[in-house]
Design a protein around this ligand. Sequence first.
Ligand SMILES: [Zn+2]
Length: 291
Amino acid sequence: MRIFDPHIHMTSRTTADYRAMRAAGVTAVVEPAFWLGQPRTSPESFADYFDGLLGWEPFRASQYGISHHCTIALNPKEANDPRCVPVLDLLPRYLVKDRVVAVGEIGFDSATPEEEHAFAVQLGLAVEHELPAMVHTPHRDKAGGTDRSIAVIRESGIDPGMVVLDHLNEVTVRRAADAGCWMGFSIYPDTKMDPDRMVRILKEYGTERMLVNSAADWGHSDPLLTRATGEAMLAAGFDADDVDRVLWRNPVEFYGQSGRLELPDAEPTGTAEPAPPPGSFAGNSLLRGGG
Ligand SMILES: [Zn+2]
Protein backbone atom coordinates (compact mmCIF):
# COMPACT_ATOMS: atom_id res chain seq x y z
CA MET A 1 0.00 0.00 0.00
CA ARG A 2 1.53 3.32 -1.05
CA ILE A 3 0.42 6.26 1.06
CA PHE A 4 0.65 10.04 0.66
CA ASP A 5 -0.48 11.80 3.85
CA PRO A 6 -1.78 15.15 2.56
CA HIS A 7 -2.02 16.79 6.02
CA ILE A 8 0.39 16.02 8.83
CA HIS A 9 2.40 18.27 11.16
CA MET A 10 5.75 16.48 11.27
CA THR A 11 7.43 19.35 13.16
CA SER A 12 5.50 18.04 16.18
CA ARG A 13 6.43 14.39 15.62
CA THR A 14 9.38 12.15 16.43
CA THR A 15 11.84 10.12 14.40
CA ALA A 16 10.01 7.00 15.65
CA ASP A 17 6.94 8.30 13.84
CA TYR A 18 8.89 8.81 10.61
CA ARG A 19 10.24 5.26 10.87
CA ALA A 20 6.80 3.75 11.56
CA MET A 21 5.18 5.77 8.78
CA ARG A 22 7.74 4.60 6.23
CA ALA A 23 7.28 1.00 7.34
CA ALA A 24 3.49 1.41 6.91
CA GLY A 25 3.92 2.63 3.31
CA VAL A 26 3.99 6.42 3.69
CA THR A 27 6.49 7.86 1.18
CA ALA A 28 5.13 11.39 0.73
CA VAL A 29 3.60 14.02 2.99
CA VAL A 30 2.29 17.58 2.94
CA GLU A 31 2.83 19.57 6.14
CA PRO A 32 0.50 22.59 6.35
CA ALA A 33 1.68 25.65 8.29
CA PHE A 34 -0.50 25.90 11.41
CA TRP A 35 -0.86 27.09 14.98
CA LEU A 36 1.95 25.71 17.13
CA GLY A 37 -0.01 25.79 20.38
CA GLN A 38 2.17 28.52 21.85
CA PRO A 39 0.95 31.79 20.32
CA ARG A 40 3.53 33.64 18.23
CA THR A 41 4.12 37.33 18.80
CA SER A 42 5.82 38.54 15.63
CA PRO A 43 6.08 37.88 11.87
CA GLU A 44 9.75 36.95 12.36
CA SER A 45 8.65 33.97 14.42
CA PHE A 46 6.56 32.78 11.46
CA ALA A 47 9.48 33.28 9.10
CA ASP A 48 11.67 30.96 11.19
CA TYR A 49 8.86 28.39 11.22
CA PHE A 50 8.36 28.61 7.43
CA ASP A 51 12.12 28.24 6.92
CA GLY A 52 11.98 25.08 9.04
CA LEU A 53 9.15 23.70 6.90
CA LEU A 54 11.27 24.31 3.80
CA GLY A 55 14.67 23.30 5.10
CA TRP A 56 15.04 21.20 8.21
CA GLU A 57 11.85 19.13 8.02
CA PRO A 58 12.32 17.93 4.40
CA PHE A 59 15.86 16.94 5.36
CA ARG A 60 14.62 15.03 8.39
CA ALA A 61 11.92 13.28 6.31
CA SER A 62 14.41 12.36 3.58
CA GLN A 63 16.45 10.38 6.09
CA TYR A 64 13.47 8.02 6.41
CA GLY A 65 12.73 7.82 2.68
CA ILE A 66 9.79 10.23 2.85
CA SER A 67 9.26 13.12 0.43
CA HIS A 68 8.18 16.24 2.34
CA HIS A 69 6.21 19.23 0.99
CA CYS A 70 4.48 22.06 2.79
CA THR A 71 1.75 24.66 2.56
CA ILE A 72 2.36 28.22 3.78
CA ALA A 73 -0.12 30.65 5.37
CA LEU A 74 -1.22 32.70 8.33
CA ASN A 75 -3.48 30.22 10.15
CA PRO A 76 -7.05 31.23 11.13
CA LYS A 77 -6.44 31.32 14.88
CA GLU A 78 -3.45 33.68 14.76
CA ALA A 79 -5.16 35.83 12.13
CA ASN A 80 -6.92 37.36 15.15
CA ASP A 81 -3.67 38.70 16.65
CA PRO A 82 -2.67 42.08 15.20
CA ARG A 83 0.97 41.34 16.01
CA CYS A 84 0.86 38.36 13.60
CA VAL A 85 -1.16 39.80 10.71
CA PRO A 86 1.85 41.52 9.01
CA VAL A 87 3.06 38.02 8.12
CA LEU A 88 0.64 38.33 5.19
CA ASP A 89 3.21 40.64 3.59
CA LEU A 90 5.91 37.95 3.89
CA LEU A 91 3.88 35.21 2.21
CA PRO A 92 4.59 36.08 -1.45
CA ARG A 93 8.30 35.49 -0.89
CA TYR A 94 7.53 31.94 0.34
CA LEU A 95 4.82 31.06 -2.16
CA VAL A 96 7.32 30.97 -5.03
CA LYS A 97 9.54 28.34 -3.42
CA ASP A 98 10.03 24.70 -4.43
CA ARG A 99 7.99 22.21 -2.39
CA VAL A 100 5.40 24.84 -1.38
CA VAL A 101 2.38 23.07 -2.85
CA ALA A 102 -0.51 25.24 -1.57
CA VAL A 103 -1.62 28.23 0.48
CA GLY A 104 -2.80 26.88 3.84
CA GLU A 105 -4.07 26.26 6.44
CA ILE A 106 -6.51 29.12 5.91
CA GLY A 107 -10.20 29.42 6.77
CA PHE A 108 -12.21 30.00 9.94
CA ASP A 109 -11.56 29.20 13.58
CA SER A 110 -14.00 31.44 15.47
CA ALA A 111 -15.38 33.08 12.30
CA THR A 112 -14.31 36.64 13.19
CA PRO A 113 -14.05 39.50 10.66
CA GLU A 114 -10.24 39.37 11.12
CA GLU A 115 -10.23 35.70 10.10
CA GLU A 116 -12.41 36.42 7.10
CA HIS A 117 -10.03 39.17 5.98
CA ALA A 118 -6.96 36.92 6.19
CA PHE A 119 -8.88 34.08 4.49
CA ALA A 120 -9.93 36.27 1.54
CA VAL A 121 -6.48 37.87 1.14
CA GLN A 122 -4.82 34.45 1.08
CA LEU A 123 -7.30 32.97 -1.41
CA GLY A 124 -6.28 35.92 -3.60
CA LEU A 125 -2.63 34.95 -3.15
CA ALA A 126 -3.46 31.37 -4.18
CA VAL A 127 -5.10 32.63 -7.38
CA GLU A 128 -2.19 34.99 -8.09
CA HIS A 129 0.41 32.24 -7.58
CA GLU A 130 -1.71 29.54 -9.32
CA LEU A 131 -1.55 27.39 -6.21
CA PRO A 132 -4.16 25.17 -4.54
CA ALA A 133 -5.68 26.32 -1.24
CA MET A 134 -5.98 24.17 1.88
CA VAL A 135 -8.97 25.27 3.93
CA HIS A 136 -9.43 24.23 7.55
CA THR A 137 -13.11 24.03 8.55
CA PRO A 138 -13.84 25.05 12.16
CA HIS A 139 -14.32 22.47 14.88
CA ARG A 140 -17.21 24.41 16.45
CA ASP A 141 -20.36 25.18 14.40
CA LYS A 142 -18.93 23.07 11.60
CA ALA A 143 -21.97 23.32 9.32
CA GLY A 144 -22.27 27.10 9.59
CA GLY A 145 -18.50 27.55 9.33
CA THR A 146 -18.35 25.36 6.23
CA ASP A 147 -21.16 27.34 4.57
CA ARG A 148 -19.39 30.62 5.33
CA SER A 149 -16.11 29.17 4.03
CA ILE A 150 -17.75 28.17 0.75
CA ALA A 151 -19.22 31.67 0.41
CA VAL A 152 -15.76 33.26 0.83
CA ILE A 153 -14.26 30.75 -1.63
CA ARG A 154 -16.93 31.58 -4.24
CA GLU A 155 -16.40 35.30 -3.78
CA SER A 156 -12.64 34.94 -4.32
CA GLY A 157 -13.11 33.55 -7.81
CA ILE A 158 -10.71 30.63 -7.20
CA ASP A 159 -11.51 27.45 -9.15
CA PRO A 160 -13.17 25.13 -6.58
CA GLY A 161 -11.09 22.29 -8.04
CA MET A 162 -8.06 24.10 -6.56
CA VAL A 163 -9.55 24.03 -3.04
CA VAL A 164 -9.66 21.31 -0.40
CA LEU A 165 -12.10 21.73 2.46
CA ASP A 166 -10.52 19.76 5.28
CA HIS A 167 -11.69 18.22 8.58
CA LEU A 168 -15.06 17.35 7.01
CA ASN A 169 -17.57 14.93 8.53
CA GLU A 170 -20.96 13.39 7.72
CA VAL A 171 -22.66 16.75 8.23
CA THR A 172 -20.43 18.82 5.94
CA VAL A 173 -19.33 16.44 3.18
CA ARG A 174 -22.37 17.08 0.97
CA ARG A 175 -21.78 20.85 1.09
CA ALA A 176 -18.15 20.42 -0.05
CA ALA A 177 -19.14 17.96 -2.79
CA ASP A 178 -21.82 20.30 -4.13
CA ALA A 179 -19.40 23.24 -4.10
CA GLY A 180 -17.04 21.29 -6.40
CA CYS A 181 -14.19 21.38 -3.86
CA TRP A 182 -11.94 18.51 -2.88
CA MET A 183 -12.99 16.81 0.35
CA GLY A 184 -10.48 16.27 3.13
CA PHE A 185 -11.01 14.03 6.17
CA SER A 186 -8.80 13.91 9.24
CA ILE A 187 -8.86 10.51 10.92
CA TYR A 188 -8.32 10.76 14.67
CA PRO A 189 -7.87 8.16 17.42
CA ASP A 190 -11.03 8.96 19.36
CA THR A 191 -12.74 12.08 18.09
CA LYS A 192 -14.21 13.61 14.94
CA MET A 193 -13.68 10.86 12.34
CA ASP A 194 -12.48 7.26 12.56
CA PRO A 195 -11.59 4.70 9.83
CA ASP A 196 -14.97 2.95 9.87
CA ARG A 197 -16.94 6.19 9.58
CA MET A 198 -14.59 7.19 6.75
CA VAL A 199 -15.33 3.95 4.91
CA ARG A 200 -19.08 4.60 5.19
CA ILE A 201 -18.59 8.08 3.69
CA LEU A 202 -16.56 6.60 0.80
CA LYS A 203 -19.33 4.04 0.19
CA GLU A 204 -21.91 6.80 0.00
CA TYR A 205 -19.98 9.49 -1.88
CA GLY A 206 -17.42 7.49 -3.88
CA THR A 207 -13.66 7.99 -4.05
CA GLU A 208 -13.47 10.96 -6.42
CA ARG A 209 -11.95 14.19 -4.96
CA MET A 210 -11.54 12.42 -1.58
CA LEU A 211 -8.43 13.01 0.56
CA VAL A 212 -7.72 11.11 3.78
CA ASN A 213 -5.16 12.40 6.28
CA SER A 214 -4.03 11.83 9.84
CA ALA A 215 -3.61 15.56 10.64
CA ALA A 216 -1.22 14.28 13.32
CA ASP A 217 0.22 17.13 15.40
CA TRP A 218 1.12 17.98 19.01
CA GLY A 219 -2.24 16.73 20.29
CA HIS A 220 -3.58 13.19 20.68
CA SER A 221 -3.28 11.88 17.13
CA ASP A 222 -1.84 8.96 15.17
CA PRO A 223 0.21 9.21 11.95
CA LEU A 224 -0.67 5.60 11.02
CA LEU A 225 -4.43 6.16 10.72
CA THR A 226 -4.11 6.65 6.96
CA ARG A 227 -2.91 3.06 6.73
CA ALA A 228 -5.67 1.92 9.12
CA THR A 229 -8.23 3.56 6.81
CA GLY A 230 -6.78 1.71 3.82
CA GLU A 231 -7.08 -1.57 5.73
CA ALA A 232 -10.67 -0.73 6.74
CA MET A 233 -11.50 -0.02 3.08
CA LEU A 234 -10.17 -3.43 2.03
CA ALA A 235 -12.07 -5.17 4.84
CA ALA A 236 -15.26 -3.43 3.66
CA GLY A 237 -14.93 -4.68 0.08
CA PHE A 238 -13.03 -1.87 -1.67
CA ASP A 239 -10.22 -3.17 -3.87
CA ALA A 240 -6.53 -2.27 -3.89
CA ASP A 241 -7.06 0.18 -6.77
CA ASP A 242 -9.71 2.10 -4.76
CA VAL A 243 -7.29 2.31 -1.83
CA ASP A 244 -4.48 3.48 -4.11
CA ARG A 245 -6.73 6.14 -5.54
CA VAL A 246 -7.72 7.55 -2.14
CA LEU A 247 -4.36 7.23 -0.38
CA TRP A 248 -2.03 8.02 -3.28
CA ARG A 249 -3.42 9.16 -6.63
CA ASN A 250 -5.92 11.68 -5.22
CA PRO A 251 -3.38 13.66 -3.16
CA VAL A 252 -0.96 13.48 -6.09
CA GLU A 253 -3.65 14.89 -8.39
CA PHE A 254 -4.73 17.64 -5.99
CA TYR A 255 -1.31 18.89 -4.86
CA GLY A 256 0.17 18.15 -8.30
CA GLN A 257 -1.78 21.20 -9.47
CA SER A 258 1.01 23.24 -7.86
CA GLY A 259 3.52 21.81 -10.34
CA ARG A 260 5.87 21.28 -7.40
CA LEU A 261 5.44 17.72 -6.14
CA GLU A 262 8.67 15.76 -5.94
CA LEU A 263 7.68 12.15 -5.70
CA PRO A 264 9.56 8.87 -5.52
CA ASP A 265 9.95 7.10 -8.84
CA ALA A 266 8.06 9.71 -10.84
CA GLU A 267 8.51 12.89 -12.79
CA PRO A 268 7.43 15.98 -10.88
CA THR A 269 3.85 16.76 -11.87
CA GLY A 270 2.83 19.97 -13.57
CA THR A 271 4.96 22.47 -15.36
CA ALA A 272 7.39 24.01 -12.85
CA GLU A 273 11.03 23.08 -13.16
CA PRO A 274 12.18 20.46 -10.68
CA ALA A 275 15.06 21.57 -8.47
CA PRO A 276 15.83 18.89 -5.90
CA PRO A 277 17.43 20.44 -2.81
CA PRO A 278 20.51 19.01 -1.11
CA GLY A 279 19.61 15.91 0.86
CA SER A 280 17.05 14.97 -1.77
CA PHE A 281 15.62 11.46 -1.65
CA ALA A 282 16.02 11.15 -5.43
CA GLY A 283 17.53 7.81 -6.30
CA ASN A 284 16.79 6.30 -2.90
CA SER A 285 16.12 2.66 -3.75
CA LEU A 286 13.85 2.30 -0.72
CA LEU A 287 11.32 4.42 -2.57
CA ARG A 288 11.06 2.32 -5.69
CA GLY A 289 7.89 0.39 -6.27
CA GLY A 290 5.87 2.03 -3.53
CA GLY A 291 5.20 -1.37 -1.87
ZN1 LIG B 1 -3.65 20.80 10.59
